[in-house]
Design a protein around this ligand. Structure first.
Ligand SMILES: NC(=O)c1ccc[n+]([C@@H]2O[C@H](COP(=O)([O-])OP(=O)(O)OC[C@H]3O[C@@H](n4cnc5c(N)ncnc54)[C@H](OP(=O)(O)O)[C@@H]3O)[C@@H](O)[C@H]2O)c1
Length: 468
């Protein structure tokens, strides 16, 4: 028996993806650098699925039907290059390699170029949904040539999550479009996670709610407009008790957040392309600041006690609206970035399609996506979603709550960077006259950088002070 598809890399994602493909009726060849992991996988997780293990690359490649379709699910970075180098001598023209990890889009472009010289087709494919999604149906974001996508389309659409709008998989676009979209997906994910954490902080420190009470509020919210994967896991986290101490586990977890790079890359890409994504960017810095635990401990003593404003439970309604606003504006910024990247890199990305495939399986799936999709449908040029009376009404309806929450947090000395940046993003974009005229004057003053005028055409420079 030859395999229909090969999977390289059997950590959490690879194992579950391989099982998902096999459970959809395909024979899957699997290989992992460390043989022990493959053995354990076969012994502990594979039952009736058609899975063919290999312990050397040659045997692995030989066990796959031609033209071969091989999905790499290894650690992003040099491991992907190393695996490609190992596989390459055994591949033939017309074979397909798919990098399903969280690779940087520039790496994907480089690998695409290199493999095209060998006649090997290549897809850079984002996969979202964590281990559960990988097994039961992730959101899949493949990019590269359409020809390459067609080779694996049936498999991918079968294993993807399904919503009423179809499978959560689409051909995202040319070259590294898939990895770019997955990267921005993660950037939005950082912002929404931070935003939820800010609300949680206000609930515990200002409303003095217990973890269990907080969980109940998130559970309620998950039944309404805020319904989403991240809100859902938040209430489940609040309910989880530590067996050893009998306390909610979340209270025992050290407050330093890790990151693997996709949030930072999103911010870097936004800065490179000149797209404003402040809420996404500050979410990355929030994780960075969290890392300075010792320093924060020391400085909190130097700063002294912060007096917390008191508020009653009526604030919960404002917190809900506040979170809806930051979610909306995080998507607004992410979509804008994807749109600009699509133009700059000729990705040819269909934004409504991206929203559609984020509706199921993925970490940022949210009921709100239906609404965002409808706004874009109404006007596909509305790339940051704000150029619509409908969207502006939505945002304005949440704004007074967001301002109230932000103000209470400010007065209490609580950091709410995503909330504040989101408000400022909105205020900046809706302000016709920004003080950038002064910035231009300052630039021209010290560096003769020139400026434009509001009253006549042209580029100007004045001698702001006499040079001796
Ligand atoms: N975990 C998630 O929720 C998630 C979600 C979406 C996407 N992703 C992305 O999916 C990919 C896989 O993620 P993961 O969490 O399953 O695993 P991971 O911890 O990122 O990577 C571990 C896998 O990579 C292999 N590997 C590491 N260095 C290697 C090298 N130099 N050569 C060959 N293989 C090497 C490991 O093999 P050994 O067993 O030999 O060490 C193992 O199979 C990553 O790019 C990740 O960012 C992860």
């Amino acid at each position: 028996m030859k395999a229909d598809v090969g999977v390289v890399g059997l950590a959490v994602m690879g194992q579950n993806l391989a099982l998902n493909i096999a459970r959809n009726g395909y024979a899957v060849a699997v290989y992992n650098r460390t043989a022990e992991r493959t053995k354990k996988f076969i012994e502990e997780r594979v039952k009736a699925e058609k899975i063919i293990p290999s312990y050397d690359i040659e045997h692995f490649v030989a066990s796959i039907e031609r033209p071969r379709k091989i999905i790499l699910m290894v650690k992003a970075g040099t491991p992907v290059d190393e695996m490609i180098e190992e596989l390459l001598p055994h591949l033939e023209k017309g074979d397909l390699l798919v990098d399903a990890g969280n690779s940087h889009y520039a790496d994907t472009n480089r690998r695409l170029e290199k493999l095209s010289h060998h006649g090997i087709l290549y897809l850079g494919m984002g996969v979202s949904g964590g281990e559960y999604g990988a097994l039961h149906g992730p959101s899949i974001m493949p990019g590269g040539s359409l020809e390459a996508y067609r080779m694996l389309q049936d498999v991918l659409t079968k294993i993807a999550a399904k919503t009423e709008d179809g499978p959560c998989c689409t051909y995202v676009g040319n070259s590294s479009a898939g990895h770019f979209v997955k990267m921005v997906h993660n950037g939005i994910e950082y912002a929404i996670m931070q935003s939820i954490a800010e609300i949680y902080d206000i609930m515990r420190k200002i409303l003095r709610m217990s973890t269990s009470e907080i969980g109940q509020v998130f559970e309620e919210w998950n039944k309404g407009e805020l319904s989403s994967f991240l809100v859902e896991i938040t209430y489940k986290i609040m309910e989880y008790m530590d067996e050893e101490t009998g306390k909610p586990l979340v209270e025992l977890i050290l407050d330093t957040a890790e990151q693997k790079g996709t949030g930072k890359w999103t911010a870097q890409a936004a800065l490179d392309l000149g797209v404003p994504t402040p809420s996404l960017n500050v979410a990355v810095f929030a994780r960075t600041i969290s890392h300075f635990k010792e320093h924060r401990r020391e400085l909190s003593r130097v700063f002294g006690e912060k007096s917390r404003v008191t508020s009653d439970k009526s604030l919960i309604k404002d917190l809900e609206k506040s979170l809806l606003l930051t979610m909306f504006l995080s998507f607004s910024q992410g979509l804008w970035l994807i749109h600009e990247a699509s133009k700059a890199y000729n990705y040819n990305i269909d934004l409504p399609e991206v929203l559609r495939i984020w509706k199921g399986g993925c970490i940022i799936r949210a009921r709100l996506l239906n609404y965002l999709g409808a706004i874009l449908k109404e006007n596909p040029e509305n790339i940051n979603l704000l150029a619509s009376n409908n969207a502006m009404d939505f945002v304005k309806e949440k704004l007074s709550s967001a301002l109230k929450v932000s103000s209470i947090a400010r007065e209490s000395g609580l950091p709410t960077p995503v909330l504040n940046s989101s408000i400022d993003y909105l205020f900046s974009l809706t302000e016709e006259n920004l003080p950038a005229n002064l910035i231009q004057a300052q630039r021209d003053f010290f560096g003769a950088h020139t400026f434009e005028r509001v009253d006549k055409e042209g580029t100007f420079h004045v001698e702001w002070q006499k040079l001796e």
